[in-house]
Design a protein around this ligand. Structure first.
Ligand SMILES: *Cc1c(COP(=O)(O)O)cnc(C)c1O
Length: 375
């Protein structure tokens, strides 16, 4: 069975973990600090603050933006449920906007129709590694409306020649195994805003005003205070050691992922009924995933679910496209209708994509997909 994805670990990651264990410093310490500066450099941001996941990164980023009960935050429904859940964790209400029919990213024109006096921020999701229309989103609300990038899928993706991660007020990344680089679990907040970075640093470790690393450097001569309700969202140095090795390989991993996507695009472009991922000229896609849409056509043409079933029989994993959040039982009482989101979600599927996908396996996938969609 060809899997949908797989993490890419080598001996260097294993050695890095062994080194950390020898030092005896296993939670948020020097390795986390090293990983943070590497991610800041990749994201083109002045600050990076590590957390346990992108979900917890989003939670803290929203609090640091001042979002709380009574506030509305506009986000896409065509995204992983964590985007909306984090807004609720912060006490606010997610308001779902539709996506653009070509890019499948949040549509600034639709966002503009949903802005109310309660709207306190807009969340841009760079879905599956394609940067959202950030300039459009910056002008979708009133001047100064905070913009948060959910860049969970998008480390290494660019928007207008610059990496994602510092285009809005704050951005959040994920290092879950479904993403291009991973340490099992892990997240990061990036920002150019010194106050936001400082606030997130405080909140991730119980609200303590002095970190363990700072106290260690001062040889126990400084004491922390607690002024605000914080959380334990600390990454471990064990994970950060893996992250440091993974990010050293990021360019290589991204180049290999893009090569896989380029081969898919060449094989599928112009093939009815497949719509390949958009490649707008303002963005370089990082291909966290490869998603195709099967346009509805003549009656009797195999449906998306027929294709997934056929691929399983052929030993190839695939998955239905992103499930819209507004259709989940947790959110469905809101009764919103998002026609583009619903159509794209019903007609799209994920195909296998990972850096070490063998060319022969990919040729088999392409062959079976073409057969399944035209049968
Ligand atoms: C994966 C993902 C998340 C959640 O990331 P975790 O690190 O698993 O918490 C959030 N938003 C989007 C768009 C994602 O794809």
């Amino acid at each position: 069975m060809i899997p949908l994805t797989r993490p890419e670990f080598g001996d260097t990651e294993a050695r890095a973990v062994a080194e950390v264990l020898k030092t005896g410093w296993v939670v948020q310490g020097p390795k986390v600090a090293e990983f943070e500066s590497m991610v800041a450099a990749r994201a083109g941001a002045r600050h990076a603050v590590a957390t346990t996941s992108c979900t917890t990164a989003l939670h803290l980023a929203l609090i640091a933006l001042g979002i709380g009960p009574g506030d509305e935050v506009i986000c896409p429904s065509y995204t992983f449920i964590a985007t909306a859940n984090a807004i609720r964790h912060a006490g606010a209400t997610p308001v779902f906007a539709d996506i653009d029919d070509a890019t499948w990213n949040i549509d600034p024109a639709d966002v503009a129709t949903r802005v109310t006096r309660k709207t306190k921020a807009i969340v841009a999701v760079h879905q599956v590694g394609l940067a959202a229309d950030l300039d459009g989103l910056k002008t979708a609300g009133p001047a100064g409306m905070p913009l948060l990038e959910d860049a969970a899928c998008a480390i290494g993706a660019t928007y207008k020649g610059r990496p994602v991660g510092a285009h809005g007020n704050v951005a959040c990344f994920s290092f879950h195994p479904r993403k291009a680089i991973t340490m099992g679990e892990g997240g990061m907040v990036t920002t150019d805003d010194t106050a936001i970075a400082a606030h997130v640093r405080l909140l991730r470790s119980h609200g303590a005003t002095v970190s363990d690393l700072e106290r260690h450097k001062a040889q126990g001569q400084i004491y922390e205070e607690y002024r605000e309700l914080g959380y334990n969202y600390r990454l471990t140095d064990i994970q950060a050691a893996i992250g440091v090795e993974q990010i050293k390989r990021l360019d290589d991993l991204l180049a290999r992922r893009r090569a896989v996507a380029v081969r898919y695009n060449a094989a599928f472009s112009g093939t009815e009924p497949i719509q390949i991922p958009a490649q707008p000229d303002y963005a370089q896609h990082s291909y966290q995933s490869y998603v195709i849409r099967l346009r509805p056509g003549r009656n009797g043409r195999p449906t998306r679910d027929d294709v997934i079933r056929q691929l399983v029989e052929d030993g190839i994993s695939s998955r239905r496209g992103i499930s819209p959040i507004h259709l989940e039982p947790l959110y469905s009482s809101r009764g919103v209708s998002l026609p583009v989101t619903e159509a794209v979600a019903a007609e799209s599927l994920f195909l296998p994509l990972y850096a070490s996908l063998a060319e022969s396996d990919q040729s088999r996938i392409i062959d079976r997909v073409l057969r399944a969609v035209t049968s």
